[in-house]
Write a protein that binds this ligand. Sequence first.
Ligand code: DHE
Length: 517
Amino acid sequence: MIRRISSFKTLTFGTLCSVLLAGTAWADAQSDYAEHCASCHGENRLGGVGPALIPETLKRMRGPRVAAVIAEGRAATQMPAFSHELDALQIEELAGWLKSPLESDPEWGEAQILASRTLDEEYVPVDAPAWDSDPMNITLVVETGDHHVSVLDGDTFEVLDRFETPFAVHGGPKFSPDGRYVFIMSRDGWVQKYDIWALKQVGRVRAGLNSRNIAMSGDGKWVAVANYLPNSLTVLSTEDLSVAKVIEVKSKTGLPSRVSAVYQAPPRESFVLALKDVPEIWEVFYGANPPQSGLGHDFRIEGQFKNPDPFPVRKITTADYLDDFFFDQSYEYVMGASRDGKGGQVIDLVIGHKVADLDLPGMPHLGSGITWKHGDTTVMATPHLTDGAVSVIDMESWETVKRIKTEGPGFFMRSHENSPYVWADVFFGPNKDAMHVIDKQSLEIVKTLRPAPGKTVAHVEFTRDGSHALVSIWEDDGAVIVYDAQTLEEIRRLPMRKPSGKYNVWNKITFSEGTSH
Ligand code: DHE
């Protein structure tokens, strides 16, 4: 209420009445929360055994409404039904209050992050994998249905382990450069470290309160966490999940911003940040020799160019808000999608300027883009989130080579150096059960698979050698289907709980051009 009352001057009488009514309702809602919810979701709504209950997490909730979850509970979770204890009005008011902003932004700095860290006492590092599979062909399957990850042998498709993750994992888990450890992030900001060789969790830390994704530094020493709440980037040590730095995100003119995403740019020894609220791209350097220009610091110490800050920040002003990125293989050029969903821009990170505009309608999901050789050039392809198309762009001229019409908006694409095909899902709409297979040279759809009619069929990952493609039936009683990537025949079906992304160690650590980075 504090924020609202301070802006009374601008309220009409009607709005004022609603605010006061809401205030009364919220008082009741707050006491209902304290009595029934706080023990699991935290006194401050920031989460505990249960997830955070704040607008940043709730507004993207699909499926049942918040009030319905309070009334009926959530199947297969510890969330019970409250319809016997709270009446319909109480439940509506409680749901309304949960969707209202926190009265002030909670502090989540180094001290709070460190206090959240737990390192598993029973974890003991091993000298070699505790199993016989090819360590480079391990594939992780994130199962969002019950918040687990399955560790698959990429040759036999045997499940080596199935471990619990924090609630609501988002974005790709990131492997250490040797493929031994993996770091997994949840929307509530938890980062989990898991030892693939030992098949054991190493520990967890809450790096933010509402987070977007993580990136691994090229040298494997740091994991950067992009946060919406607070407006910050947290840099963690991969060794022990301790805090290396919390960088407050404020534009050149001092405006705070949420971080939409963080990406790694290994040849530049930097992390690149997409910002939600200001038209800037940020580059955060972690190497010993960051570039000496554009950082706004004087690095001269005792006559030498040395940076006193281990993570200096470079802020590049852009002509538009750029939310979603794709990099060329050299990491010099970053393609950014415009907020209005009508186009995009290419920024040269070396000179810090726009070098081309992109013809990209339909809100392209650049983060899912992939590249391949096409004739004597390299193309990148990206699905559109709001129309049924995949755009194919020449990475030299930045011209659109082709817009491939699909059966609906898609979310993810994948290929492999050894495959002649690109796989593109149709995530939204009546044809969500379709998976298109596109020929990389003719740019034509050669086959549309429908392995589970009426179900969402999405996200593909290849095995290390590209011989098999793994596809999710993205449903609670779902499965991962293993296809022969040449004949496109189904080989096996592995039952899984709402499997979402799949991540092959080799494809990820070698930055395969067929996978997102
Ligand atoms: Fe994602 C990756 C942003 C909604 C599942 N998603 C990413 C990445 C970004 C992003 C920037 C790349 C980061 C990375 O992997 O390190 N996602 C967004 C959004 O802005 C959007 C549209 C809205 C939001 O609320 O965040 C969004 N994403 C979703 C979903 O609704 C999905 C389908 C289900 C979910 O679990 O939330 C979803 N996003 C994924 C997955 C990846 C991902 C599985 C990793 C794909 C990969 O192969 O790397």
